[in-house]
Design a protein around this ligand. Structure first.
Ligand SMILES: Nc1ncnc2c1ncn2[C@@H]1O[C@H](COP(=O)(O)OP(=O)(O)OP(=O)(O)O)[C@@H](O)[C@H]1O
Length: 128
Protein backbone atom coordinates (compact mmCIF):
# COMPACT_ATOMS: atom_id res chain seq x y z
CA UNK A 1 0.00 0.00 0.00
CA UNK A 2 1.16 3.57 -0.70
CA UNK A 3 2.19 5.55 2.35
CA UNK A 4 -0.65 8.05 1.90
CA UNK A 5 -3.95 6.93 0.53
CA UNK A 6 -6.76 9.43 -0.19
CA UNK A 7 -10.30 8.09 -0.46
CA UNK A 8 -13.56 9.94 -0.91
CA UNK A 9 -16.84 8.75 0.50
CA UNK A 10 -19.91 10.27 -1.09
CA UNK A 11 -22.93 10.36 1.17
CA UNK A 12 -26.52 10.00 -0.06
CA UNK A 13 -27.94 13.37 -1.09
CA UNK A 14 -31.31 14.72 -0.04
CA UNK A 15 -33.85 14.79 -2.88
CA UNK A 16 -33.41 18.56 -3.04
CA UNK A 17 -29.61 18.36 -3.21
CA UNK A 18 -29.75 15.55 -5.75
CA UNK A 19 -31.65 17.87 -8.11
CA UNK A 20 -29.03 20.58 -7.96
CA UNK A 21 -25.68 18.84 -7.42
CA UNK A 22 -23.68 18.90 -10.66
CA UNK A 23 -21.08 16.38 -9.48
CA UNK A 24 -20.82 12.93 -10.98
CA UNK A 25 -18.71 9.93 -10.00
CA UNK A 26 -17.04 7.63 -12.46
CA UNK A 27 -14.74 4.96 -11.09
CA UNK A 28 -12.31 6.82 -8.85
CA UNK A 29 -12.93 10.23 -10.42
CA UNK A 30 -15.28 13.09 -9.69
CA UNK A 31 -16.26 15.56 -12.39
CA UNK A 32 -18.92 17.97 -13.62
CA UNK A 33 -20.26 17.04 -17.06
CA UNK A 34 -19.13 19.41 -19.85
CA UNK A 35 -16.26 20.78 -17.79
CA UNK A 36 -12.67 19.94 -18.57
CA UNK A 37 -11.51 19.18 -15.04
CA UNK A 38 -11.68 15.84 -13.33
CA UNK A 39 -10.46 15.00 -9.81
CA UNK A 40 -8.91 11.58 -9.33
CA UNK A 41 -8.52 9.81 -6.01
CA UNK A 42 -7.08 6.51 -4.86
CA UNK A 43 -10.61 5.35 -4.17
CA UNK A 44 -14.14 6.72 -4.29
CA UNK A 45 -16.86 5.01 -2.30
CA UNK A 46 -20.23 5.89 -3.78
CA UNK A 47 -23.34 6.79 -1.79
CA UNK A 48 -24.49 3.15 -1.63
CA UNK A 49 -21.38 1.93 0.17
CA UNK A 50 -21.53 0.82 3.79
CA UNK A 51 -18.98 1.77 6.42
CA UNK A 52 -17.82 -1.83 6.74
CA UNK A 53 -16.67 -1.64 3.11
CA UNK A 54 -14.62 1.50 3.86
CA UNK A 55 -13.11 -0.26 6.87
CA UNK A 56 -12.35 -3.53 5.13
CA UNK A 57 -10.88 -1.87 2.03
CA UNK A 58 -8.17 0.25 3.62
CA UNK A 59 -8.37 0.61 7.36
CA UNK A 60 -8.24 -2.97 8.55
CA UNK A 61 -4.71 -3.35 7.20
CA UNK A 62 -3.58 -0.20 9.02
CA UNK A 63 -4.87 -1.71 12.28
CA UNK A 64 -3.09 -4.98 11.52
CA UNK A 65 0.15 -3.09 10.80
CA UNK A 66 -0.17 -1.21 14.11
CA UNK A 67 -0.21 -4.54 15.96
CA UNK A 68 3.05 -5.36 14.15
CA UNK A 69 4.59 -2.09 15.41
CA UNK A 70 3.96 0.31 12.51
CA UNK A 71 2.50 3.77 12.98
CA UNK A 72 -0.68 4.52 11.08
CA UNK A 73 -3.27 7.29 10.93
CA UNK A 74 -6.79 7.39 9.60
CA UNK A 75 -8.54 10.72 9.53
CA UNK A 76 -11.71 12.12 8.03
CA UNK A 77 -11.78 15.57 6.51
CA UNK A 78 -14.75 17.37 5.01
CA UNK A 79 -17.25 20.15 5.28
CA UNK A 80 -19.94 20.13 7.90
CA UNK A 81 -22.62 17.49 7.39
CA UNK A 82 -20.49 15.56 4.91
CA UNK A 83 -20.50 12.35 6.98
CA UNK A 84 -17.28 12.36 9.00
CA UNK A 85 -18.98 11.32 12.25
CA UNK A 86 -21.12 8.79 10.44
CA UNK A 87 -17.98 7.19 9.01
CA UNK A 88 -15.71 7.45 12.05
CA UNK A 89 -18.10 6.81 14.95
CA UNK A 90 -21.20 5.47 13.23
CA UNK A 91 -24.22 4.17 15.10
CA UNK A 92 -25.45 0.94 16.66
CA UNK A 93 -26.98 -0.11 13.36
CA UNK A 94 -23.93 0.87 11.30
CA UNK A 95 -20.79 1.02 13.46
CA UNK A 96 -18.11 3.43 12.33
CA UNK A 97 -14.52 2.60 11.54
CA UNK A 98 -13.39 3.43 15.11
CA UNK A 99 -15.49 0.73 16.83
CA UNK A 100 -14.58 -1.71 14.05
CA UNK A 101 -10.89 -0.92 14.51
CA UNK A 102 -11.09 -1.32 18.30
CA UNK A 103 -12.88 -4.64 17.91
CA UNK A 104 -10.27 -5.91 15.45
CA UNK A 105 -7.38 -4.55 17.50
CA UNK A 106 -8.28 -6.59 20.57
CA UNK A 107 -9.05 -9.66 18.47
CA UNK A 108 -5.60 -9.39 16.85
CA UNK A 109 -3.84 -8.78 20.19
CA UNK A 110 -5.43 -11.94 21.59
CA UNK A 111 -3.84 -13.94 18.79
CA UNK A 112 -0.23 -12.73 19.08
CA UNK A 113 2.13 -14.34 21.55
CA UNK A 114 3.56 -11.13 23.09
CA UNK A 115 2.07 -11.17 26.62
CA UNK A 116 1.67 -7.43 27.21
CA UNK A 117 0.23 -4.71 25.00
CA UNK A 118 -0.51 -1.14 26.06
CA UNK A 119 -3.50 0.36 24.26
CA UNK A 120 -4.01 4.09 24.75
CA UNK A 121 -7.14 5.19 22.92
CA UNK A 122 -7.59 8.80 21.86
CA UNK A 123 -10.08 10.68 19.70
CA UNK A 124 -9.69 14.21 18.36
CA UNK A 125 -12.40 16.17 16.55
CA UNK A 126 -11.47 19.58 15.25
CA UNK A 127 -13.73 22.28 13.78
CA UNK A 128 -12.35 25.41 12.14
N1 LIG B 1 -23.00 7.45 4.18
C1 LIG B 1 -24.10 7.90 4.82
N2 LIG B 1 -25.26 7.21 4.75
C2 LIG B 1 -26.37 7.65 5.38
N3 LIG B 1 -26.43 8.77 6.13
C3 LIG B 1 -25.31 9.49 6.24
C4 LIG B 1 -24.08 9.10 5.60
N4 LIG B 1 -23.14 10.01 5.90
C5 LIG B 1 -23.74 10.92 6.68
N5 LIG B 1 -25.03 10.62 6.88
C6 LIG B 1 -25.99 11.40 7.66
O1 LIG B 1 -25.80 12.77 7.33
C7 LIG B 1 -25.84 13.58 8.49
C8 LIG B 1 -24.54 14.35 8.67
O2 LIG B 1 -23.48 13.42 8.91
P1 LIG B 1 -22.36 13.63 10.01
O3 LIG B 1 -22.95 14.11 11.29
O4 LIG B 1 -21.58 12.36 10.06
O5 LIG B 1 -21.52 14.81 9.36
P2 LIG B 1 -20.18 15.50 9.90
O6 LIG B 1 -19.27 15.61 8.72
O7 LIG B 1 -19.64 14.77 11.08
O8 LIG B 1 -20.72 16.92 10.31
P3 LIG B 1 -20.08 18.01 11.32
O9 LIG B 1 -18.76 18.41 10.74
O10 LIG B 1 -21.07 19.12 11.27
O11 LIG B 1 -19.97 17.35 12.66
C9 LIG B 1 -26.17 12.66 9.67
O12 LIG B 1 -27.57 12.65 9.87
C10 LIG B 1 -25.70 11.28 9.16
O13 LIG B 1 -26.42 10.22 9.76
Amino acid sequence: MERIHVAVRARPLSLEDAKTSPWRISGNSIFIPNHSFKFEFDKIFNEHCKTVEVYETHIKEIVAAAVRGFNGTVFAYGQTNSGKTHTMRGSKTEPGVIPQAVHDLFRMIEKVSIPLHLVEPGYVASAH
